[in-house]
Design a protein around this ligand. Structure first.
Ligand code: NDP
Length: 288
């Protein structure tokens, strides 16, 4: 049976370290890192994420600035708010909760956030830095996955990694990080042929697809480490359940280690957002 990689515990450990760093920044530099979160509209899942992010920001001793805008807010008004946050010295990280309403151009908004205050790692400059081994901000979800992989496996050099999913927010940056960690990386997607056989070659299998329990245990190489990024809400046995992209029970019977859903990648994503905010605050102030 696989070892369970406990994302909740990893996230708590990271937050504890961040709280110590924040205390030191306050005491030694008079700096309180600040994170601004912007939510447009009333999407219920986004509201929960934003609430959790704000709560955890305050818990590690940072300042949280919440901006909740109506669903019909114009793109121009949103861009004006971002400009004011870019200019606000108390704000070191700006997160615009996605998805945005259809009338707003997401890429325009993402790139309007100063790359020095981008904590999602979605700004083109930070994407470029990640892909040229530069010192940029790394998207939170893949960063959390990498941290869990390293703390479980140690050095990843030479391992074969397969990532199912090629999105800009998970699949592609995950591939860049694993390549930097000296893995041999393959990115699979909806047009990949014989996905099953490909997955079975993986020492590290990352599923970021958005399809409930798509990856069964028969696709997992015995002893592999499985990272399940998926968050899918399904109705089952009359209950509302949260499941991953991996069929947990059959995969856990074959894998060496596996992240559960919930309690795996999700908690680490928020902790990494706080990590990125602290990193940007230090960078803006020129603190090593
Ligand atoms: P996207 O929808 O942007 O991307 C999904 C990817 O999966 C695409 O590349 C798509 O391929 C691929 N795909 C779809 N169907 C198949 C298939 N049958 N076989 C192989 N590949 C397939 O999703 P995201 O990357 O944004 O998110 C993926 C999952 O991760 C979702 O469940 C999401 O909720 C979750 N998530 C979790 C986070 C967390 O904090 N834990 C954070 C972000 C996302 P193609 O490109 O060919 O269409």
């Amino acid at each position: 049976m696989a070892t369970v990689i406990d994302g909740k515990a990893s996230a708590q450990a990271l937050r504890n370290t961040l709280a110590e760093t924040v205390t030191a920044l306050k005491n030694d530099h008079g700096l309180t890192p600040g994170l601004a979160v912007v939510l447009v509209g009333e999407d219920p899942a986004s509201q929960v994420y934003v609430r959790n992010k704000a709560k955890q920001t305050v818990e590690v001793g940072m300042e949280s600035f919440e901006h909740r805008l109506a669903a019909d807010t114009s793109e121009a008004d949103l861009l004006a708010l971002i400009d004011s946050l870019n200019a606000d010295d108390r704000v070191h990280g700006i997160l615009v909760q996605l998805p945005l309403p259809a009338h707003i151009n997401e890429s325009k908004v993402i790139n309007a956030v100063s790359h020095d205050k981008d904590v999602d790692g979605f700004h083109l400059i930070n994407v470029g830095r990640l892909n040229t081994d530069g010192d940029g901000v790394v998207p939170c979800t893949p960063l959390g996955c990498l941290m869990m992989l390293k703390s479980h496996l140690g050095d990843l050099t030479g391992m074969t990694a397969v990532i199912v999913g090629r999105s800009n927010i998970v699949g592609k940056p995950m591939a860049a990080l694993l390549l930097q960690a000296n893995c041999t990386v393959t990115i699979a997607h909806s047009r990949t042929k014989d996905l099953e056989a490909l997955c079975r070659t993986a020492d590290i299998l990352v599923a970021a697809v958005g399809r409930p329990r798509m990856v069964p245990g028969s696709w997992v190489k015995p002893g592999a480490t499985v990272i399940d990024v998926g968050i899918n809400r399904i109705e089952e046995d009359g209950k509302n359940r949260l499941v991953g992209d991996v069929d947990y029970d059959s995969a856990a019977a074959v894998a060496g280690a596996i992240t559960p859903v919930p309690g795996g990648v999700g908690p680490m994503t928020i902790a990494c957002l706080l990590h990125n905010t602290v990193q940007q605050a230090k960078r803006i102030k020129g603190i090593e």
